[in-house]
Design a protein around this ligand. Structure first.
Ligand code: NAP
Length: 307
């Protein structure tokens, strides 16, 4: 039902009767088969709302290939006894790697430096100095599976790490601050890695950006919805913060022209988990969930609300 990669689609076609995004491609044809659909295979960007669920009376499972499932109306699914699964854990390393890559790319101006060499500027001009990452102060917003993987990497860079989450973690020995504003006020880099959805909408607003300050850099590998994007653009334009490195956006795949024109931002197209190895592991886990459900076995990775 979603725009899925061949590594998931091919085994799905081999095991099930698959209707690929028919609800979007041909709504009339979809209406004719909708009552037979028992499962949805989706990804982290899929939108599965109450309206779509209403059209699927036989639906039993929504298997998301991704850890974030903020596009799924889980409450509406649960009310109907439909289970939702996702793929936690297998992508931690890749997303944490990208968070570090974004931080380093922004601070050491890797994209600009590459352009500088290609454009032939090296023989005639000096490349501007960058910012130091090793030893800098890192604030992590969200200390779950991926937040902890980021902290592990940042520790190897000698960064001074602190974090915020809904509550302090007993198994994390780093300093905990109870709000993003308090964390931002003592950070050079603020990395956001919470889930999306209503609870975190615009968690990073103008007040957090003001606290981060004119030398601060915001890194978002969570969801676009977690940042007030208009406030971010205003802060970047006014110099309230120094820059940003963003993998996710409010209205993907559309990125505001204002961001695309700025030199002090690094932009990537939602590639946190986008390596062959990890996408294969995510596809395998998605298939295992579907297989377990239809065999009547215990699900490997239901979302917390369905456990
Ligand atoms: P996780 O283990 O559930 O951790 C989420 C963390 O966010 C927890 O520490 C949680 O706090 C915190 N949090 C939740 N609501 C919060 C709030 N309102 N204020 C402050 N902190 C809050 O999830 P994960 O596996 O690390 O994944 C996190 C998210 O990363 C996913 O949901 C997804 O949106 C995003 N992601 C992005 C990419 C990408 O391609 N860029 C790839 C994978 C995942 P508590 O521990 O106190 O509950």
């Amino acid at each position: 039902m979603a725009n899925l990669q061949p590594m998931l689609l091919e085994p799905l076609h081999a095991a099930y009767v698959v209707h690929e995004r028919l609800h979007e491609a041909d709504p009339e044809a979809f209406k004719k088969i909708a009552s037979h659909i028992r499962g949805i295979a989706a990804n982290g960007e899929s939108k599965i709302d109450a309206e779509l669920l209403k059209q699927l009376p036989a639906l039993e499972i929504i298997a998301v290939m991704g850890v974030g499932y903020d596009g799924v109306d889980v409450a509406a699914a649960k009310a109907r006894g439909i289970v939702v699964t996702h793929t936690p854990g297998v992508l931690n390393d890749d997303v944490a790697d990208l968070a570090m890559a974004l931080m380093l790319t922004w601070a050491r101006q890797v994209v600009r430096a590459d352009r500088f060499v290609r454009d032939g500027q090296w023989p005639t001009s000096a490349f501007p100095l960058g910012r130091r990452v090793s030893g800098a102060r890192l604030g992590i917003v969200g200390m779950g599976r991926i937040g902890q993987a980021i902290a592990l990497r940042a520790a190897a860079f000698g960064m001074q790490i602190a974090y915020t989450a809904r509550s302090a973690k007993a198994d994390v020995s780093l300093p905990y601050l109870s709000t993003p504003v308090a964390l931002a006020a003592q950070s050079d880099f603020l990395v956001v890695i919470t889930p999306g959805g209503a609870e975190t909408r615009k968690l990073i607003d103008a007040s957090v950006l003001a606290a981060l300050g004119p030398k601060g850099c915001l890194v978002n590998v969570a969801r676009g919805s977690v940042i007030d994007e208009a406030a971010l653009i205003a802060a970047l334009q006014a110099g309230t913060i120094a820059g940003a490195a963003l993998d996710v956006f409010e209205n993907e795949p559309h990125v505001p022209q204002a961001l695309r024109e700025m030199d002090n931002v690094v932009l990537t197209p939602h590639i946190g988990s986008a390596t062959n190895d990890t996408r294969q592991a995510m596809a395998n886990l998605t298939l295992s969930n579907l297989k377990a459900h239809f065999a009547g076995n215990t699900l490997p990775s239901p979302v917390p609300e369905c456990q």
